[in-house]
Every structure is written in structure tokens, then in C-alpha cells.
Design a binder for this molecule. Structure first.
Ligand SMILES: [Fe+2]
Ligand SMILES: [Fe+2]
Length: 217
């Protein structure tokens, strides 16, 4: 896990620990249910970031945002697919369904404002969330391996999505999903790492443009 190097990182990590504590208290070792509920939250940040960067590109009337927009929207789609896999494995109870509705309203609002004002911290926080998702899926995989959770057949929808062998098991599914979470972690941490650099670079470019324009004028 990336060590926090400033106040922004520390805030992102504290938020992550706070949410992890809530999840641990609520779900304990019920990893199937935990995956279903948390994947409904995981599908939010990519969509919010993708939309806000898209709007920024429209406002600035500039190219260069495409790869990041597509990466963020792909992350949201990938998380939605994780939900579709785990809904085949654990059926949420009525209380969890209400929890999902409430959590979506709160998290969507919170993350939208956070991303508008603190995009770098937002990417760092999602990077840490993804690290925790990797840890959770590793713990889930351990329970499957030691027989505490039955290693049932992987759902067909997951077999098709990942191109797994036809007799793939829950353990194969968890490994594939965990690999996705590792990718999300790398992407979000790298956006946070390079945020200032990019910002400085574009400011520098703008400064150069102004100088050149003045010269022409
Ligand atoms: Fe996920
Ligand atoms: Fe993820």
C-alpha cells in the first residue's frame, strides 16, 4: 500500500479506514453480501469522475481528456459487472437493498462534491479503497481455499466476461475480480501521483502560449 506523503493522502487514507471499519462491522465475514453491497458503491466514482472530466473537456474546448474519460467510464462499467457476478452468488436481504439505495444517495453526493473541489485527493481515496478491495477479495479467497466457503461453480455471466474455462469456480472468479481491483488501484494512485505534475505542466504550457501570442500580437 502506498504510504501517505501529505495531508491530502492522510485524509484519503483515514476516510478509507473509516469506511473499512463500517464494512467490517456490518458484514464481518459475509463476503458474498459484502461484495454485492460494496460493488454497488464501487460503480459510482468512475462514473462521477468520467462525467466531470468530460464536462471539463467541453468547458475548456480542449482535447487530451479522452483517455482518462474512457478509463474512468470503463472502471465504472467493470465495477457494475462485478455486481452482476456476485448477485448470482449472494442474494441481498431487504435491509441490504435499502442500505444500497441510501448509500448510493449519500456517496454519490459526497463524491461528486469531493471530486469537484479535491480531484487529486479523490483519486487517492479511490486508490486506497481499491487496495482494501484487493485485501477483502484475498480474505474471501482464503475462506474458499480452506473450505469455510463452498467453492461453487462460477456464474455463466462471469465465465463469458472473463473468458474463463467452462468449469471455472468461485475461486477463479475471485482471482479475476481481484486483478481488476489491482488495476483500478494502480490507475487511481497514478492519477493522484501525477495530478500536480500535469497541472503544473498545463499551466506552464498556457504561460508559454501567452508569451507566444504576445510575441505575435
Ligand atoms: Fe469491484
Ligand atoms: Fe475496483
Amino acid at each position: 500500500m502506498k504510504t501517505p506523503s501529505n495531508l491530502s493522502d492522510l485524509f484519503a487514507l483515514s476516510m478509507t479506514k473509516f469506511f473499512r471499519l463500517i464494512a467490517d462491522t456490518f458484514f464481518a465475514k459475509r463476503y458474498g453480501h459484502r461484495a454485492v453491497v460494496l460493488e454497488t458503491i464501487a460503480g459510482v466514482p468512475g462514473m462521477v469522475a468520467g462525467m466531470l472530466i468530460h464536462l471539463k473537456s467541453l468547458r475548456n474546448m480542449k482535447t487530451g481528456y479522452g483517455p482518462q474519460i474512457r478509463e474512468m467510464l470503463a472502471e465504472a462499467e467493470n465495477e457494475r459487472m462485478h455486481l452482476m457476478f456476485f448477485i448470482e452468488i449472494a442474494k441481498p436481504n431487504i435491509f441490504e437493498r435499502f442500505l444500497v439505495i441510501g448509500a448510493q444517495g449519500i456517496f454519490m453526493t459526497f463524491y461528486t462534491f469531493m471530486y469537484i473541489f479535491f480531484p487529486k485527493t479523490s483519486h487517492r481515496m479511490i486508490g486506497y479503497f481499491e487496495d482494501e478491495a484487493v485485501n477483502s477479495y484475498t480474505e474471501y479467497l482464503e475462506l474458499v481455499k480452506n473450505g469455510s466457503v463452498e467453492n461453487i461453480n462460477a456464474p455463466q455471466i462471469a465465465i463469458n466476461y472473463y473468458g474463463l474455462r467452462s468449469n471455472a469456480k468461485l475461486s477463479d472468479l475471485i482471482r479475476s475480480v481481484r486483478a481488476d481491483e489491482m488495476h483500478h488501484s494502480e490507475v487511481n494512485h497514478s492519477y493522484a501521483d501525477n495530478f500536480d505534475k500535469k497541472d503544473r505542466k498545463s499551466k506552464n504550457l498556457k504561460a508559454v502560449e501567452t508569451i507566444n501570442n504576445n510575441k505575435v500580437a
